[in-house]
Design a protein around this ligand. Structure first.
Ligand code: ADP
Ligand code: MG
Length: 353
C-alpha cells in the first residue's frame, strides 16, 4: 500500500539537542503505526513534523507522495490532526470544544450537532454536550480531546501518548475508539508511546526510537516479542533523570532532578549530570521499609502494564519512576492505579549515562 507520510533523512536540531537524527520512515495508508521510545527520544518532535506543524532542519517530508514545502504546507496541514500529550481543552462546554474546528470549517449547525453526537458516542461520553470540559476527570478530558480531533475526520490522525497516565478503563476506551475509527473510517493513525508493552495491543507496525534514531521498524510482534539489544537498552533507559549534582561529605552525591526530587548516587560529581535507575533495582512497598538504601520516595501508581510474568508500574513521586515487580507480588500487595506506595533504591543503583 502506498505511504501516506514519508520522512526522508529527516534531522531536527534544537539549540542544544538533536531531537531527530537522519530518520527515514514510511507510514502506510490506513494503518495504525506506533512510535515507541523512552522520554526524550524524539517522539513528539517526529509527530509534530508529520503533522506539518514543525519543519525539519534537513531532510524531506512527503504527504501522499507530494513533497512538502512552504507553498503547500498550510493547505496539506488541514489533512492532519494532532492530539497533544498535554490536554488543552477550552474553558467552556464539551459541545463548544468539539464543535470549534467544525465551525472554523463552516459546517452547518445541523451537521455540527450530528457530528458532535457521533464522536461523543464513539468515546462513550454521549449526553455530555452541556458539561463543562474542565470539570471532567483527566480520563474524560483526554477522551474529549480525542473526540475533538476525530470530529474533523482527517486522513491522518497523530496521537501523542494518548493513554499516558490513564487508568485501565479510560485507556481501553481510547484504544477501542482508535481501532474502531481506523477500521470503519480508514483514518491512518500514528501514535507515540513511552510504554513499549502497550504499543503492541492495537498496532500492527511500530518503530523503536532511541536518542532521535530509529533503531528498529517492523511488525509489533517482531519488535516487542523478540528480545534485542535495543529492547534491553529501552528498558534500561526508563528511569532517566537529569539534574545538577553536588558532592556530599559521605562520598556520595545528591542530584536535584527537579520537582522536589533529589536522588543520592554513589559517585562523586558536581554539576550537570544524567543518570538512570533500572526498574528492577527499585523496591516497591506499601509501607516504608527499614533498610540502608539511601533513596526513599513516596508516590502514587499512575499506570499499570501487565506483561507475561511481571507487571510494570509507573509511579509518580514528583518525578515518574518505572518499577517492575512480579505478578504475584502485584496481586499480594493488592495494588492498582492510584495506590500509594514507597520506592526504595540504593545509591549504588544510580548509574551515570
Ligand atoms: P519525546 O517526545 O520522545 O519525549 P521530544 O521530541 O519531546 O521527545 O524531545 C526530543 C529531544 O529534543 C529532547 O532532548 C528535548 O529536550 C529536545 N527538544 C524537544 N523540543 C524542543 C524545543 N522546542 N526546544 C529545544 N529542545 C527541544
Ligand atoms: Mg513527547
Amino acid at each position: 500500500m502506498r505511504p501516506i507520510i514519508k520522512l526522508e533523512d529527516v534531522t531536527k536540531n534544537y539549540a542544544d539537542a538533536t531531537a531527530l537524527d537522519h530518520v527515514s520512515l514510511k507510514v502506510k495508508q490506513g494503518e495504525i503505526f506506533t512510535i515507541a521510545g523512552p522520554n526524550g527520544s524524539g517522539k513528539t518532535t517526529m509527530l509534530r513534523i508529520m503533522a506539518l506543524i514543525d519543519t525539519p532542519t534537513s531532510g524531506e517530508v512527503h504527504f501522499n507522495s507530494v513533497k512538502i514545502g512552504e507553498e503547500n504546507r498550510s493547505q496539506i496541514r488541514s489533512k492532519c490532526t494532532m492530539v497533544f500529550q498535554k490536554t488543552a481543552l477550552f474553558n467552556t462546554t464539551v459541545y463548544k470544544n468539539i464543535a470549534y474546528g467544525l465551525k472554523l470549517r463552516r459546517f452547518s449547525k445541523k451537521e455540527i450537532d450530528e457530528r458532535v453526537k457521533d464522536v461523543l458516542d464513539l468515546v462513550k461520553l454521549n449526553g455530555y454536550e452541556k458539561r463543562l470540559a474542565k470539570k471532567l476527570s483527566g480520563g474524560e478530558q483526554q477522551r474529549i480531546s480525542l473526540a475533538r480531533a476525530l470530529v474533523l475526520d482527517t486522513e491522518l490522525l497523530l496521537l501523542d501518548e494518548p493513554t499516558a497516565n490513564l487508568d485501565p478503563k479510560n485507556m481501553s476506551i481510547i484504544e477501542e475508539t482508535v481501532s474502531r475509527v481506523n477500521r470503519e473510517r480508514k483514518n491512518t493513525v500514528v501514535m507515540a508511546t513511552h510504554n513499549l508493552f502497550q504499543a503492541e495491543t492495537i498496532t500492527k507496525r511500530a518503530a523503536l526510537l532511541l536518542g532521535g534514531k530509529i533503531v528498529e521498524v517492523g511488525t509489533a510482534q517482531e519488535i516487542f516479542r523478540t528480545p534485542s539489544r535495543h529492547l534491553a537498552s529501552f528498558a534500561r533507559l526508563e528511569n532517566v533523570f537529569s539534574g545538577v549534582s553536588r558532592s556530599l561529605k559521605e562520598g556520595t552525591s545528591l542530584i536535584d532532578v527537579g520537582d522536589g526530587v533529589e536522588i543520592e548516587a554513589a559517585l562523586r560529581k558536581s554539576g550537570k549530570i544524567s543518570v538512570f535507575v533500572r526498574p528492577e533495582d527499585i523496591i516497591l512497598s506499601r509501607k516504608p521499609i527499614s533498610s540502608s538504601a539511601r533513596n526513599v520516595f513516596k508516590g502514587r501508581i499512575v499506570e499499570v502494564s501487565d506483561l507475561k510474568s511481571v507487571v510494570k508500574l509507573r509511579v509518580d513521586a514528583g518525578k515518574q519512576f518505572v518499577v517492575q515487580i512480579t505478578k504475584r507480588s502485584f496481586n499480594e500487595m493488592q495494588l492498582n492505579v492510584r495506590s500509594e506506595v514507597f520506592l526504595t533504591f540504593k545509591a549504588s543503583s544510580v548509574h551515570v549515562i
